[in-house]
Structures are given as C-alpha cells and as structure tokens.
Design a protein around this ligand. Structure first.
Ligand SMILES: Cc1cc2nc3c(=O)[nH]c(=O)nc-3n(C[C@H](O)[C@H](O)[C@H](O)COP(=O)(O)OP(=O)(O)OC[C@H]3O[C@@H](n4cnc5c(N)ncnc54)[C@H](O)[C@@H]3O)c2cc1C
Length: 382
C-alpha cells in the first residue's frame, strides 16, 4: 500500500516524490502523459535535435538550496539567456537596455538619451516606463513610448489576446528600461541548462526503491473523490498530492478556469544556425510571439541541421486536447478558483501544489522550492 499518491510528474510532483521516498514513505506517481517531466520534458526530435516539447525552459534562480538540490541530479552547462526583439526592421536586446538604445536610435540621439538616463537614474538600474513618463524631459518620455509600442504593446496583445484598452495600466507602467550594457535576460545568481537535458533529471529523481511511477495513467483511473478519497475503490488513508488542474478534478462544476494555451510550430532547417540568439521575440507584426532555436540553449552541435519553434498564443478550450499553459490571473478568475479551493478543503488528506493546482504562474525554481518546503513540513510532522 502507498503512503502518498502524487498526481503529476512535473517538478512539483517529482521533487515531492523523491523527498517523501527518502523519508521512507511508499509513493505512487500517476502521470497522464506517456512520459515524466511535466512541461519541462525534453527529447530528441526526428532529426536528432534536442527539443523542449512544451516550450523553451531556461533554468535560473537566486535560491542556493534549489540549485544545490537539482545539482544532485544533473551537471550544468553554463548558459546565459539573451533575447533579441525584432520590431519591423529593427533588432535590439530585451529587456530594453543601453545597447538596445544604440540599435534603435541614430548614434547621436542614443548618446544623448544615454547621458540623460544615466544622470537621472544611475547605471544598472531597471527603471519602469511609468517612472520614465513622469520625467519632465520630452526625450525620455519619447523613449518610454518607443519601448511601450515596440517591446510591450503588440507582444502583450498577442500573448494575452487583449485589446490595448484591456491591458492593465499597472502592468504597462512596470515594463522596465535597463540602464546597463548587460544583455542577459535574467540576472539571477544561478543560471544554466542541465548538461544532459531536463528529462534525465526526472529519471534520476524518480529512480528510487520507494517510488512507483505509472505513466499514461489518468488520476481518475484509480482515484475518486467521494465523501472520502478512494484509491482503487477503497478508502485511501494516506495523502494525495495533486498537481493537476483543480477545476478538472471537480468536473468543472463551477465552470472552467480560463487559461491561455500555445500552439507550437516546430520547423527543421538544413542550416547550422537559423538565428543569432536562443530566442527572438517578434514584438510587432508577426502572428507568433517568439522563435526559439534549441541548439543555442542546449549547446548541441550539429552541422547543417537545426530545429526552431514558433509560439502562437490563443485561448484554451477546456475538455479538449488543449494544454492549459498560463493562468489568466484577475479578480473574477481568482474568485472562481477560491470556490474550487473550498471544495478541495473538504478533504483533509488532499494537498495542492503546482502551477495548475494553485492556478498561478511559477518558474521552475519556485516550484522546486515550494515542493521542498512542503516536504520539510510533512517530514517534520512525521
Ligand atoms: C511555454 C512555457 C515556458 C516556460 N519557460 C520557463 C523557463 O524558461 N524557466 C522556468 O523556470 N520556468 C518556465 N516555465 C514554467 C514551468 O513550466 C513550470 O514552473 C513547471 O512546469 C511547473 O511544474 P508543475 O509540476 O507545477 O507543472 P507541470 O510541469 O505542468 O506538471 C504537471 C503534470 O501533471 C500531469 N497531470 C495533470 N493532471 C493530471 C491528471 N488528472 N492525471 C495524471 N496526470 C496529470 C500533467 O500531465 C503534467 O505532467 C515555462 C512555462 C511555459 C508554459
């Protein structure tokens, strides 16, 4: 018999499984997909190029514990993610920084703007465009408008399917200009890519004598939520850690929680590299939001062979093959989520963890951190 049943084998499920197994618990992991790893899963495509099937994943964290924990299961390749924005004919690094300034404006104008920015705010500062707009200088105001239109507005409309008037002014105001020559997308202390890819991390993590993994296994194939939680028809006395979607668990009884989903357009090209950077954001005209070329991320060497992926964002349709990727966080949706949460609280041996179960956006490091904290408190209570 199992002490814990974990639904989902992404970072939330896999870290919990390992931590609980090491504390001498018998753990069953149920994963509906034919593979483990959740959205961080990677694999070779038909051309032998290592791809991330569910979108590009770059590891970065400021949490030493998370980095050290994952380092038990992988070595790292040093990789600092840099992103280029393509706005019409212009190409410049994002977040918009001093290097971007020289790519977007004529040199004399860029020099003038640089001087004004540095003297007003100092170097290495991220200044939100809301703050730039309050500056009495008209050139700085124009820069804020340029960044709003060419980096933020159309990209956000594509990503979230919004009209300009629907975009939260609070979010707009927070779009930063980075007064720096640092082109990196993240400034975290620990950054990199797992040397052999993500899937081997999950294979090692779940390879433990106390863990049983069932793939292609829907939670409801053996779990049911009646007055009590039943496992294979019997009352389950252990704990269920559920990392799937909460509305789905309860049959969408209050209505579906809205999400954005993504369509991925994979293309193989007979060239060594297709683009100069791992990710290029198409911030204005094209129907896709970004193109990622995996070889830049993974460091894989392959002559005249590369795979790229275009991302198209759209509304998620519940109860179809669509994958819910990004929770649409607003007051209305949060209160719908709270109703489901109320239902979940009826079960004292049900624990919710992860981006789906909590209806939140989490980076991988945050999920690993939360899973470790959850297991710390469970293991202390034991
Ligand atoms: C396009 C994209 C890019 C991203 N890029 C980054 C990045 O660069 N860096 C970063 O740190 N983070 C990134 N993230 C975030 C990252 O994917 C998440 O932090 C991580 O996947 C969360 O892990 P999780 O275990 O909560 O969820 P998931 O990885 O989604 O795992 C949940 C698992 O549960 C399974 N499941 C659900 N319901 C059931 C059920 N009823 N029965 C059985 N199994 C079930 C699912 O199949 C899935 O495998 C990105 C996310 C997206 C969408």
């Amino acid at each position: 018999m199992f002490d814990y049943i974990i639904v989902g084998s992404g970072f939330a499920g896999a870290v919990c499984a390992r931590e609980l197994a090491e504390a001498e618990n018998r753990v069953l992991v149920l994963e509906r997909r034919p593979h483990i790893g959740g959205n961080a899963y990677d694999c070779l495509d038909e051309n032998g190029i290592l791809i991330h099937k569910y979108g590009p994943h770059i590891f970065h964290t400021n949490e030493k514990r998370v980095y050290e924990y994952l380092s038990r299961f992988t070595e790292w390749r040093d990789y600092q993610h840099c992103v280029l924005a393509k706005a019409g004919e212009l190409e410049f690094p994002v977040p918009f920084n001093l290097n971007s300034l020289y790519r977007a404006f004529p040199e004399d104008k860029a020099e003038e703007l640089e001087q004004k920015l540095v003297s007003a705010y100092g170097m290495e500062k991220k200044v939100p465009i809301g703050e730039l707009r309050q500056n009495p200088d008209k050139d700085i105001n124009e820069l804020a408008d340029f960044v709003y239109n060419n980096v933020f507005l159309h990209y956000t409309m594509k990503q979230w399917g919004q009209k300009p008037e629907e975009i939260d002014p609070g979010t707009t105001a927070r779009v930063p200009v980075f007064i720096s020559r640092d082109d990196r997308y993240f400034q975290d202390s620990y950054q990199g890519m797992p040397l052999e890819g993500y899937t081997p991390i999950f294979e090692k993590m779940l390879d433990h004598q106390n863990i049983t993994v069932r793939t292609s296994a829907e939670a409801d194939s053996c779990l049911s939520f009646e007055d009590r939680i039943l496992f294979e028809g019997e009352i389950f006395e252990g704990t269920v850690i559920y990392t799937g979607a909460l509305d789905e668990l309860f049959g969408y009884c209050y209505g579906a929680l809205p999400y954005r989903t993504l369509d991925f357009g994979f293309e193989h090209h007979d060239v060594t590299y297709y683009q100069s950077h791992g990710t290029v954001n198409y911030t204005v005209d094209e129907p896709y939001t970004r193109i990622t070329e995996y070889k830049h991320l993974t460091g894989q060497k392959a002559e005249n062979s590369t795979t790229i992926m275009k991302e198209f964002s759209r509304s998620y349709r519940p109860d179809t093959e669509d994958i819910p990727y990004y929770a649409i966080i607003n007051e209305e949706n949060n209160s719908l989520y709270q109703k489901y949460l109320g239902k979940a609280k009826e079960y004292d041996n049900l624990v919710l963890l992860g981006r789906l179960a909590e209806y939140k956006y989490y980076n991988m490091d945050k999920i690993v951190s939360l899973a470790l904290e959850l297991c710390d408190s469970i293991n202390k209570g034991n």
